[in-house]
Unconditional design. Structure first.
Length: 289
């Protein structure tokens, strides 16, 4: 429809331009016809347009019919009147062309504004749909793995990792009321309300900042609704062994961005090769200083 309307504007503009050319042509023919009459000639090549010129001169004569003789030659102002009429017609065509351009410009501007408004509504609906989709993801998993710290040649104290794990899990269970299961040589906690993930993160940061003689790597994964896929994603994260951090994939970071209240910032750590030959974007939760 838009192409048709723009084509119509172009057609109308071309018609006005053609009529301007016709007006100029008629002025030239009228001048030749005037010269012919002044000289008393009869130019046969003007026969095709003489009927029109005669009718035009009748109209012009009714407007201004003054005439006078100079050296026996009769000058009639109806010719000048006819030329003025043709010039006015040409000017009118030019004004109509300008008017057409203005109307086309208004149409284009109006269509642009309507299109922008439609795009704004579409984007808003898309944003709302995306928000609803993300808000529907409420379940998430937290994997906690512990590692012995690198040996200090000046401190050969032996660390009992199992004992430290018991202490850690006891603390987390007391604070979150959640019991873990074994996962990838570590522990897996499952939660159901991602909107309140900050409370769990508070607990996990306390674990990381504890004075325990071990290192912690904590991974968070939003549930996709497919338990097998969720664990595959978690396995990839666990293999990175980012100790001293609470980190996650880009999908979890994206979901966290839709939480109404956020205590923590998310920062991209980097891109890593995943097991299927692709790349995995990894982010971490950062405490506000």
């Amino acid at each position: 429809m838009n192409e048709f309307i723009l084509g119509f504007f172009k057609f109308v503009r071309n018609v006005f331009y053609f009529l301007k050319i016709v007006a100029v042509f008629c002025i030239l023919m009228l001048l030749f016809y005037w010269v012919q009459n002044l000289t008393g000639g009869d130019w046969a090549w003007l026969n095709f347009i003489k009927p029109f010129l005669k009718e035009l001169l009748k109209v012009a004569n009714s407007i201004y019919s003054v005439s006078f003789d100079i050296f026996g030659v009769k000058f009639e102002f109806k010719y000048i009147s006819a030329i003025v009429l043709l010039l006015l017609f040409g000017i009118l065509m030019e004004l109509l062309t300008v008017g057409t351009n203005v109307v086309e410009g208004l149409y284009r501007s109006g269509r642009f504004l309507c299109k922008k408004a439609e795009e704004a509504v579409f984007n808003k609906n898309l944003e709302n749909e995306m928000k609803r989709s993300q808000k529907s993801l409420t379940k998430y998993l937290v994997a906690v793995n512990t590692y012995e710290k690198p040996k200090n040649p000046y401190n050969q104290t032996k660390v009992n990792l199992e004992e430290q794990n018991v202490i850690m899990n006891k603390f987390i269970m007391e604070k979150t009321n959640t019991t873990p299961s074994k996962f990838q040589d570590g522990f897996l906690y499952s939660f159901n309300d991602f909107e309140k993930v900050d409370k769990v993160l508070d607990v996990m940061f306390r674990v990381i900042h504890s004075k325990a003689p071990i290192d912690y790597a904590i991974c968070v994964q939003i549930s996709t609704g497919n338990p097998i896929k969720d664990k595959e994603l978690l396995e990839r994260l666990v293999k990175l062994k980012y100790t001293g951090k609470i980190y996650m994939g880009s999908d979890t970071a994206y979901r966290y961005g839709y939480n109404d209240f956020k205590t923590y910032n998310t920062v991209q750590i980097g891109l890593f090769q995943s097991g299927d030959g692709g790349t995995m974007e990894v982010h971490e939760f950062k405490e506000n200083l």
